[in-house]
Design a protein around this ligand. Structure first.
Ligand SMILES: O=C(CO)[C@@H](O)[C@H](O)COP(=O)(O)O
Ligand SMILES: [Fe+2]
Length: 209
């Protein structure tokens, strides 16, 4: 089953609540929430207070993608804000294994993401401890970038390590790149600009098809 996770980074922030409701009604499986600290990535988005304020707009899974340095400092805040899945970057913490255990101690799922320049090998040691691998198919920080083609090989590599793990792909996803990702073994697709720049329902079903 392919799941679609619209990234609200491309939503209209002036009416975020309405956007969450619209994207949920259009068939989103997850709501992908990009948290950026202006340090780990060269952009600043929003934090737990904003997430909390939209939590009651939908029952969909809140898929929180933390692009922040030392995410171990804020896990409790994101759990309290309503995160269902918390994904941290392998490059963002010195103590990856410890931070994974910290997240697992709360009742939420844990994902680990790797940037385009990070080899899959960097997460082979912890892959059996986590629920999801998030392959970044652009350099993190901004929506609307072009898909990096070698991400396809990385998806295949992760799928070879685990038949059952969730593999999410994030960055430059459209109906063409989606096909390649799914064929390579991904089962969750994040899409921001592709979905929010069109008819939400049509775009979500074109990704699923
Ligand atoms: O995490 C990120 C960017 O760092 C993403 O979730 C983007 O928001 C995806 O945007 P598109 O590439 O689909 O426009
Ligand atoms: Fe993301």
């Amino acid at each position: 089953m392919i799941k679609i996770a619209p990234s609200i980074l491309s939503a209209d922030f002036s009416k975020l609540g309405e956007e969450i409701i619209a994207i949920s009604n259009a068939g989103a499986d997850y709501i992908h929430i990009d948290v950026m600290d202006g340090n780990y990535v060269p952009n600043i988005s929003f934090g737990p207070l904003v997430i909390k304020s939209i939590r009651d707009k939908t029952d969909k899974i809140f898929d929180v993608h933390l692009m922040i340095d030392k995410p171990e400092r804020y896990i409790k805040e994101f759990v309290d804000a309503g995160a269902d899945i918390i994904t941290i970057h392998a490059e963002s913490t010195v103590h990856l294994h410890r931070t994974i255990q910290l997240i697992k101690n709360f009742d939420v799922k844990v994902g680990v993401s790797i940037n385009p320049g990070t080899p899959v090998n960097n997460i082979s040691q912890i892959i059996n401890d986590i629920d999801m691998v998030l392959i970044m198919s652009v350099n993190p920080g901004f929506g609307g970038q072009n898909f990096i083609e070698f991400s396809i090989d990385k998806i295949k590599e992760v799928r070879a390590l685990s038949k059952s793990i969730d593999i999410e792909v994030d960055g430059g996803i459209n109906n063409e790149t989606a096909k390649k990702c799914i064929t390579a073994g991904a089962n969750i697709l994040v899409a921001g600009s592709y979905i929010f720049n069109g008819d939400y329902e049509e775009r979500i079903s074109s990704l699923k098809d």
